[in-house]
Structure formats: structure tokens, C-alpha cells
Design a protein around this ligand. Structure first.
Ligand SMILES: [Zn+2]
Length: 415
């Protein structure tokens, strides 16, 4: 396991993630795994043995957080991935995705279905390199719902999937209650439920709602009883309203929402986690990657309303996080979500969504999401001004020059 190095980074513009104006030429002091000081100007005291780095011309940001990923997605088409790969292969592929995610500047992620809590434990123990993880384990879907991967023509009973894009199909209050309890027993951080139709499932339409209020409420009851919360996959107002009525805390995607859906989210003090990038990238690449036409058709339908939905939610005053939901070889485009959100919210708010707000969503606001004394030293240095060009974040190979997680360097082009 890598050990933290005490260091001072000076001469950097600091965007601290709170939404405050950047500090022009500041310094941060890191000791152990935490930020010791954040200073406008030069550092006063340099801790013993601290490395001093000069980041002139570059901008320091909190480590990015992606609040909607599927690290266990290794192929563009989740249905075929599950058919063709052994659980062991799925795990090996997930480890690769986790390493790559950290190297894209994402020091924490929330996995919204698939990864079991063992990946979180492996990362904490230093067995693997990757972002800090908050996981939902297997997603919970109704028959014919977004997590039911059977084609309309297939008549076998669905099986719980052990790895990869792992989920299960459960109907009725008792069954969903037990499914939620099983996931909670295994140590998940939250529960993921499919409350509406999805693009990558073979037998539903995206404007539908899924599960009854009674079923959704049973899942929320169990999650809250265990001190956890529920995230719901939703596009339509109907699925959003059902979800917030049931006490669901985070609404994932929301591409078809109108004013009514936005107000429901706002009144419930729930969070919207847009994932617009996946709907842009999948129609560009999906055909070549073997994604069926039916799924691409739904992706395009969701894409065409994504930006409009975000702007309605933003104008309505919803709390907005930031997710990517990119699948398989498209994981590399996570950072493009900030560019897309910036078109509606401006670059500073897109950064806040992917740092401070996402830290709140994962329940880690005391430790992550902003550059403040006492917080964990999860930091990235960007060569240039992301407020002028937010695309620098997507160009991570060249433009993210330093990646620090818990005071440990995983990339350092300054040295
Ligand atoms: Zn997803």
C-alpha cells in the first residue's frame, strides 16, 4: 500500500469546490492523508521532510467524484457482457476500470449497480488502485424492468447475477424487501432500484414507470432502517414523482423530466444526478461496438431531452450532482459530463456538482469534495484554467498533471 508523502504545493490557482472565487496564487500543505493548510500566497511553515512543488500556471481542484458509474461494465452492451463472461473475467476487468478511473482524475466514485462491496474493501486495503468507492451492489428490478436482461422472446426465469453488471429481478413487496435486506446485509452503501424504463434493457420503453409505490416504499423503509438511502433510475416525471413520494433520495438521469418532475425533486430535497455524456457517446460509438438498434434508438431519445431536462432542473433550483454512466470502452469519457453540464450551469457550477455536491450525495461531505484544512488530501492539478476551458479535464492524459488521493501521489508530472 502506498504511503502519503508530506508536501507543499505552491503558486497554484485554487478552485476549492465550494463555488467561491478562485484563489489567485495559493498554496496547500498536506501532511499524512489530510490537507493541513490552504493559504492565499506563499506557504509560511514548511513541514519537516515535505517536498515543495511549484505548480505555476496550473489550477488545483478537489479530486473529482463521479456519482454514477458502473465500474463492472467492461463492454458497451451489458446484456451480452453478462452472457459471455465468467464472473472471474468480470472482476479482472473491473480492476482495470478502477485503475483507469483514478488516472482520469476521479478520486471517488459511486457505483450505481454491479460492483459488490468487496471492491470498496479492496481499494481501502490498498489491494487495488482506484477511486474510493460507494457501492449499491446488485440493482433491484421488476420483471420486464430495466434490470431484466431477457429479450422479449426469451422465456427462462431470470437469475441473480453474481458479478459484472450484477442485478436481480424481484416482484412484490416481500421480494423487494428481501432483496434490499440482502444487499444491505452484504455491506452496500446505498440501494439502487430501477423505477422506470431504460435504454440498455431489451423489453421496456424509457417513458414508463416501474414498480408500485408500495414496492418502492418497502425498499426505502429497509434502506433507511439500516441508515442508508435509495437511488432510483428514472427518466419520466411519473417515475420521478413515484420515487420522491416513496422517499428515494437520488434521482438518476432524469432525461425526460419536465417542470413537474423538477419541482417534485426540489420539494423533496432530493438530488438529481444527470449522466448526459453517456447518451452523447453511445449513439456516436454504439453501432460499431455491437449495441442493438433498439437500444441505440432509446439512447437517442434520452439524449435529445437530456440538456433540456438539466436546464429545467437547474432553473427550478434542484440540487444537482454529476454522473457519467459510461459503459465499457466509453469509461474514458467521464470528464465530458462536466463540459456538458457547463453549457447549462457554467463551468464553476459543473465543478461544484462533481466535487462538493457529489461528496454530499455519497455522505462524505466532512472528508471529501472541497479543498479545506482537515479534509482528505484528494487533489488534482490541471494545466490551464478550467473555468476558461472545462475540456481540459477530459484531456486528462496531458492536462491533469498531478493526481493525489489521501496524500499519496498517483501521477506527478511536476517532479
Ligand atoms: Zn447507470
Amino acid at each position: 500500500m502506498q504511503k502519503p508523502t508530506p508536501f507543499v504545493l505552491k503558486n497554484v490557482v485554487i478552485i476549492d469546490g465550494t463555488g467561491a472565487a478562485p484563489i489567485g496564487s495559493g498554496s496547500v500543505v498536506v501532511e499524512g492523508d489530510r490537507i493541513k493548510e490552504v493559504l492565499p500566497g506563499a506557504p509560511g511553515r514548511i513541514p519537516a521532510q515535505a517536498a515543495v512543488l511549484d505548480g505555476r500556471g496550473q489550477t488545483l481542484l478537489p479530486g473529482l467524484i463521479d456519482a454514477h458509474v458502473h465500474v463492472a461494465s467492461s463492454e458497451a452492451n451489458p446484456m451480452e457482457q453478462q452472457r459471455r463472461n465468467y464472473p472471474s473475467i468480470q472482476v479482472i476487468n473491473t480492476v482495470k476500470v478502477l485503475e483507469e478511473t483514478l488516472m482520469q482524475g476521479f478520486t471517488s466514485v459511486r457505483d450505481c449497480g454491479g460492483a459488490d462491496p468487496g471492491f470498496r474493501v479492496a481499494q481501502e486495503q490498498g489491494l487495488i488502485r482506484g477511486p474510493r468507492l460507494s457501492v449499491s451492489g446488485r440493482f433491484i428490478s421488476q420483471t420486464g424492468g430495466h434490470g431484466d436482461f431477457r429479450l422479449p422472446t426469451e422465456i427462462y426465469d431470470p437469475r441473480e447475477l453474481p458479478a459484472g453488471m450484477a442485478g436481480g429481478v424481484y416482484d412484490g413487496v416481500d421480494a423487494v424487501r428481501k432483496a434490499a435486506r440482502e444487499q444491505l446485509r452484504s455491506g452496500v452503501d446505498f440501494v439502487k432500484v430501477m423505477a422506470g424504463g431504460g435504454c440498455m434493457s431489451p423489453a421496456d420503453e424509457i417513458d414508463t414507470s416501474q414498480y408500485s409505490l408500495d414496492e418502492l416504499r418497502a425498499v426505502v423503509w429497509e434502506a433507511e432502517a439500516a441508515g442508508k438511502y435509495v437511488a432510483a433510475h428514472c427518466y419520466s416525471d411519473r417515475s420521478i414523482i413515484n420515487s420522491v413520494k416513496s422517499g428515494i433520495r437520488t434521482i438518476e438521469h432524469g432525461n425526460l423530466l419536465t417542470q413537474a418532475g423538477a419541482l417534485a425533486i426540489k420539494e423533496a430535497q432530493a438530488y438529481l444526478v444527470p449522466t448526459i455524456v453517456t447518451y452523447e457517446v453511445m449513439p456516436e460509438m454504439g453501432h460499431k461496438l455491437g449495441v442493438p438498434a433498439n437500444n441505440l434508438r432509446k439512447m437517442i431519445q434520452a439524449r435529445d431531452h437530456g440538456l433540456e431536462a438539466l436546464s429545467i432542473a437547474y432553473r427550478s433550483g434542484c440540487k444537482i450532482g454529476s454522473g457519467s454512466d459510461c459503459l465499457g470502452p466509453m469509461h474514458v469519457f467521464k470528464g465530458r459530463e462536466l463540459e456538458i453540464q457547463a453549457k447549462v450551469m457554467g463551468p464553476m457550477n459543473a465543478i461544484v456538482a462533481a466535487t462538493k455536491t457529489n461528496a454530499e450525495i455519497i455522505g462524505q461531505a466532512d472528508d471529501l469534495g472541497t479543498i479545506e484544512a482537515g479534509k482528505l488530501a484528494d487533489l488534482i492539478l490541471v494545466d490551464g484554467d478550467p473555468l476558461k476551458d472545462i475540456g481540459l479535464i477530459q484531456n486528462f492524459h496531458e492536462k491533469i498533471t498531478v493526481i493525489v488521493q489521501g496524500g499519496c501521489f498517483y501521477k506527478n508530472l511536476l517532479a
